[in-house]
Design a protein around this ligand. Structure first.
Ligand code: GN1
Ligand code: MG
Length: 364
């Protein structure tokens, strides 16, 4: 067993056994999971689930009961104990019964731990919430509901001192740092930076004004407990889209600015094409959905968010699109080591997609 000490954290349960990387072959861990959570899971009761770029997510369908099982990406989230710390604050300081939606936090295992470590891999189980998880919304009303839900999440935690939350990914939305990381990737990449790739690199290197503006807002805005990953598929609508059933993907909850959460919604809701689309000519801002997002945030934040926070929202759309462009492009230049990809050029295409959206937002 290789240097497993670094995987040890207080409050996490450990089991070691070798298993293969391939999904069907690693089914052997099912018995361990079942044991840790007091249930029996058969091979035909589990299947890959969802579109997340980071963790491996499975649906465990036991008939009456369903769960979401995740094999956690430790490469990306190197501080699981910080996530548990933040979830602990959520559990203690937010009255979840008063929230208009569910927050499916991890279920403690038999030892009372939120993560289970099996042979160097972190797993966790959470309740499955029924409903629709989508990559694009079809109406301004759906946009409005999503904005109200994510804004309500911030408002529910407004009394929490943001400095008590720990950074589950250090400097996650630090635009200046992401710009530096892009510069570094350009300097060290094994790819040839010419032609279309060079144009894209030049476009993103030209975004220094957004980095300057980031530093200005930093001086003016309070830190809040934010979700920090409000892309639209991190929310579950009711089957008929009449309401939001749950806000999910709770690993990045940490201190942030209100405009982060508004901005990632703009990026993934108010765009006429999803982030993986290559219909470059069709990538525009959907103004009606954009207005609906703004309305949702303003209504819920009225009298709670500061005037500056409201004023910063339009910047959020541009900033979050830009930061995702930086990150996709950086990952492409680094050889696709961070995001899940389905083909070699996907991160390049994602960065290109975000460039068209950013241009459209800047022209508004
Ligand atoms: C990742 O895992 P997922 O798809 O919810 C990423 C977000 C990006 C998003 C881009 C921890 O989120 O920051 O916005 O991909 N999460 C992490 O689609 O890096
Ligand atoms: Mg997700």
């Amino acid at each position: 067993m290789k240097n497993l000490d670094k995987f040890h954290f207080p409050g996490i349960c450990y089991i070691y056994r070798n298993f293969e990387q391939d999904f069907m072959q690693q089914i052997s861990w099912l018995a361990d999971i079942g044991h840790l959570y007091g249930m029996e899971i058969k091979q035909d009761q589990i299947r890959p689930f969802g579109d997340g770029h980071i963790h491996q997510t499975y649906l465990v369908d036991l008939g009456e009961e369903k769960f979401i099982l995740q094999r956690f990406n430790y490469q990306v989230f190197q501080y699981p104990e910080r996530i548990s710390h933040n979830h602990g604050i959520l559990i203690r300081e937010i009255d979840q019964a008063k929230l208009p939606f569910l927050l499916p936090l991890p279920i403690p295992n038999k030892q009372g731990d939120l993560f289970s470590l099996i042979d160097g891999n972190y797993f966790r189980l959470a309740p499955f919430v029924k409903g629709k998880c989508v990559n694009e919304v079809t109406s301004p009303h759906q946009a409005y509901l999503a904005a109200k839900a994510f804004a309500a999440f911030i408002v529910a935690g407004i009394h929490i001192q943001a400095s008590k939350l720990q950074e589950s990914i250090p400097s996650f939305h630090d635009l200046q740092l992401r710009y530096q990381q892009l510069l570094q990737a350009i300097n060290t990449t094994k790819r040839k930076v010419g032609g279309e790739l060079k144009d894209l690199v030049d476009f993103y290197l030209d975004q220094q004004d957004l980095v300057e503006e980031y530093l200005l807002w930093k001086k003016k805005l309070p830190l809040r407990m934010t979700h920090s990953d409000t892309k639209i598929n991190n929310l579950i609508y009711a089957d008929d889209f009449s309401k939001v059933n749950a806000v999910i993907d709770l690993d990045t909850i940490m201190a942030g600015y209100v405009y982060y959460d508004f901005g990632d919604l703009v990026r993934t809701v108010a765009c006429t094409e999803g982030e993986s689309s290559q219909n470059w000519k069709n990538i525009h801002v959907d103004k009606a959905k954009y207005a609906a997002l703004l309305q949702g945030f303003q209504e819920v934040g009225e009298g709670i968010f500061t005037t500056e926070e409201i004023q910063s929202l339009p910047y959020g759309g541009q900033m979050m699109t830009c930061i995702m462009g930086f990150r996709f492009l950086t990952d492409y230049l680094n050889g696709n080591i961070y995001y899940t990809i389905h083909y070699e050029e996907q991160n390049f295409h994602r960065a290109k997609n975000q460039m068209f959206l950013l241009k459209a937002l800047q022209d508004m």
